[in-house]
Write a new protein. Sequence first.
Length: 247
Amino acid sequence: MDCRKTGVLALFDVDGTLTPARKVISQEMLEFMQELRKIVAVGVVGGSDLAKITEQLGKTVISDYDYVFSENGLVAHKGSKMIGNQSFKAFLGDEKLKEFINFTLHYIADLDIPIKRGTFIEFRSGMLNVSPIGRNCSQEEREEFERYDKVHGIRTKMVEVLREKFASLNLTYSIGGQISFDVFPQGWDKTYCLRYVENDFQEIHFFGDKTYKGGNDHEIFESTKTIGHTVTSPEDTRRQCTELFSQ
């Protein structure tokens, strides 16, 4: 790969696209992304906060990519410079936020699932992350819950209850990863990050694995501002990028 193309941005989801879910990027994939950056501008957009994205993509993530959008782009970096930061707390207000958190914790307390651990709600800058099993579970427990959830639809049912209960708050519920779902104001999905790049690029290619309706890549995949690509693994991401950008 050589000779960088102007006006083209390749934008990547993290879990299931650049890395296995919640695991660290492989050296092979890291080197591939560095080579890809010689061809097109490269950015990442994840639902996790910057600390978790850094754990997965490496301590130099801010300098390894042209753009790093954590929390769907609610916290935005261009190179080493922060260019945006939104607040879920300021948007919703403490009283409504407290009501939502209290109801959610009561729901989880009454939920009959095989395993529960800790950290059921994680408060992030631009969203809440809700996990019925709790984010403190081990990797093995995480994978067991994912299998259980696929059969019993624990997260899907919980989202339906919350959507009906708090309809007036105009919140979006986005199921992603293996054990949790994100909650944020409507319009604060991954398309939020596009405001920082849409005027600078003629082509924005987005690669993600959860592009189906209800998945946390769906809105940006379907956006008229992007060219969407569904991938099944980091290896598939590498294959599709090679076919697309090596011509």
